[in-house]
Design a protein around this ligand. Structure first.
Ligand code: ADP
Length: 640
């Protein structure tokens, strides 16, 4: 290494600095994971090299045996992890070890609470990675050389994990990366051979390349001869299983191994909820190992966040994020697919057109849906509830995206309903159907901005009175979901705020009464129509309400109010459809209105009733100030 060697000292990106700080302080009780993370990175770098070497064999130089070496030095109090993988160029080092490129990092950091217990979970969600070395290190050195570059083009990076790092050119004989962790005084256990072995054994059995450590010396012979032991090349031995885990048969793989492998592929800190490991033989040959995480990644809603599975072809890593193998609504699934049929130089473009991929996608999709079905049926534990809380909203995109699996997906959906009146989405459509009343033909639902608005919607009054269950839909995607779900088990879905209320047989006995009521309120309805001509499409006497004076109803074909709000919030201007106003002629306020002879006062009261119907369903008034003024006028008249 030459002295000038264009050494630079650079500051960590602000987000990287924050994350480093948090990691060091939140994960101190879980120190050993740094080894897992560094070995996982080394294994990824080897996968990457193996892939690049498919089209450029010279990258393997004279060193084709890919492996990871872990060496400890008690005196120096260091542990180092070396790989002969892809290595990094100077630019890559600065980019990868000085910044955090993941989109959404800033929002992620804002979401941290300062509570170490909670934050350590959140950090796990983010993926701890390379920076975890600073949990145990007072200083970390990285020596790396990109495969294919000259020996003199190595890079030396060093940092004490505070504000800055230094970087300079260095010679490096072999390609790949060595990370030297200079341990803090109180972390010297990680310079101990046996301690490190046991950690690696615990975390890295599934790593498909050998993780080597120096064979313990057999000092007996030298001592007996009374001589200094001969200086010989140390011998290394693999301390992990080093076969691709998914190629092994299910009965040979322990739950712990499945779990560790999950952490490796997903960069997740927590255990998976469930997995499904399969080998398919026949016309198409492939293995798959797919996992359902326990927690949504911090960037689940970022459009460009990584998703999907890792693709291998005949054990060789081909690409991360192979989104062609699963639909978008299953983007939370992690794992690997290893095909025996695809070509090693397959590209994303080819994947898109390959009918074999299409067929794999369809069976992998079924696998995941079946795995979720099993999770949902499991008697013990609340894994499905956990799943639903984290990923339910994503799964709700399913019926729109994957018409063929609509029924399967529908069975997996969970809702809050009037059955419990709780803000917990835990009722299935099968549960609902099991509780349907005799003569009930439809599955009823109410859509609102949030749970409370849904729960107290005036539209529910008649349903509550008759004890008919209604689903509460208040997630953003719900209107979209319902537009595609259409029916379940042969029963149509019906928005309780849409069209004429028709309870079929259930309202047979009320029909006459309602017809009478409608007749009696004809003149009131006409007056209201005239007074609210600008605002409403129609006015009619309601059969929906028991306690409220009025509610708004959407035409059968019109866009729902929630959908409209979402589209408008997204900057789309929507054609306005005027709503239908339904009034409850038995309500004292409406009775009073009917008796109002003064046309101005009638118009004011009518406008208030209309605005209130809008407010009650979570809508926004076009002219809130006018509403307030009218209401105040009435209040003042009261006090006179
Ligand atoms: P992650 O692995 O989640 O992307 P890390 O912080 O662990 O995050 O690593 C950041 C990046 O640094 C990696 O994505 C990779 O590009 C690079 N990197 C880390 N370790 C190595 C290594 N041993 N060899 C080559 N590149 C590496």
């Amino acid at each position: 290494m030459t002295a000038d060697a264009n050494k630079e000292t650079l500051g960590f990106q602000t987000e990287a600095k924050q994350l480093l700080h948090l990691m060091i302080h939140s994960l101190y009780s879980n120190q050993e994971i740094f080894l897992r993370e560094l070995i996982s990175n080394a294994s990824d770098a080897i996968d990457k090299l193996r892939f690049e070497a498919l089209s450029n064999e010279s990258l393997l130089e004279s060193d084709p045996d890919l492996s990871i070496r872990v060496e400890v030095d008690k005196e120096a109090n260091t542990v180092s992890i070396s790989d002969n993988g892809s290595g990094m160029s100077r630019e890559e080092v600065i980019e990868n070890l000085g910044t955090i490129a993941k989109s959404g990092t800033a929002q992620f950091l804002e979401s941290l609470t300062g509570d170490q217990q909670k934050d350590s979970q959140l950090i796990g969600q983010f993926g701890v990675g390379f920076y975890s070395s600073f949990i145990v290190a007072e200083r970390v050195e990285v020596l790396t050389r990109r495969a294919g570059s000259a020996v003199a083009e190595g890079v030396h990076w060093e940092s004490a994990g505070e504000a800055e790092f230094s970087i300079e050119s260095a010679e490096k004989a072999g390609r790949g990366t060595t990370v030297i962790v200079h341990l803090k005084a109180d972390c010297s256990e990680f310079a101990d051979d046996w301690r490190v072995r046991s950690v690696i054994k615990k975390y890295s059995d599934h790593i498909s390349v050998p993780v080597l450590m120096e064979k313990p010396a057999a000092p007996v012979a030298a001592e007996e001869a009374g001589e200094e032991p001969a200086v010989s090349e140390p011998e290394f031995e693999a301390i992990n299983e080093a076969t691709a885990l998914w190629t092994r048969s299910r009965s040979e793989v322990s739950d712990e191994e499945y779990t560790e492998f999950y952490k490796h592929v997903s960069h997740d800190f927590e255990e998976p909820l469930s997995w499904s490991h399969n080998k398919v033989e026949g016309k198409l040959e492939y293995s798959s190992l797919l996992y359902i995480p326990q927690r949504a990644p911090f960037d689940l809603w970022n459009r460009d966040s990584t998703r999907g599975v890792k693709l291998y072809v005949q054990r060789t890593f081909i690409m991360d994020d192979a989104e062609q193998f699963l639909p978008l609504y299953l983007r939370f699934v992690k794992g690997v697919v290893d095909s025996n049929d695809l070509s090693l130089n397959v590209s994303r473009e080819i994947l898109q057109q390959d009918p074999a991929v299409e067929s794999m996608r369809s069976s992998l999709t079924k696998r995941v849906l079946d795995m979720l079905g099993k999770l949902a049926k499991a008697e013990a534990g609340d894994d499905y509830a956990t799943f639903w809380k984290e990923f339910g909203q994503v799964l709700k995109e399913g019926p729109a995206e994957d018409f063929g699996n609509k029924e399967k997906i529908a069975k997996l959906l969970r809702f809050a309903t009037t059955h419990t009146d709780l803000d917990t989405q835990d009722q299935s459509l099968e549960d609902y159907c099991g509780r349907m009343q005799e003569g009930q033909e439809k599955i009823f639902y109410v859509v609102a901005e949030n749970f409370n608005t849904a729960k107290s919607s005036p539209h529910l009054e008649v349903f509550r009175k008759k004890g008919i269950e209604v689903l509460f839909l208040s997630d953003r995607v719900d209107d979209w979901l319902m537009n595609h779900l259409m029916e379940f088990d042969g029963k149509h879905f019906q928005d309780v705020a849409r069209g004429e209320l028709d309870l079929g047989e259930l309202s047979e006995e009320d029909k006459q009464e309602h017809e009478q009521l409608a007749k009696d309120s004809e003149s009131l309805v006409e007056r209201l129509k005239a007074a609210l001509a600008e605002q409403v499409e129609e006015v009619r006497a309601t059969s929906r309400l028991t306690d409220s004076p009025a509610c708004l109803v959407v035409g059968d074909q019109d866009m729902g109010a929630q959908m409209r709000r979402i589209m408008e919030a997204a900057g789309q201007s929507m054609p306005k459809h005027k709503p239908i106003l339904e009034v409850n002629p038995r309500h004292p306020l409406v009775e009073k209105l009917d008796q109002e002879a003064d046309e101005d006062r009638f118009a004011d009261l009518a406008a208030i009733i209309f605005d209130q119907a809008n407010l009650a369903e979570g809508g926004q008034l076009e002219d809130p100030a006018a509403y307030v003024a009218r209401l105040n006028k009435l209040l003042l008249e009261l006090s006179h």
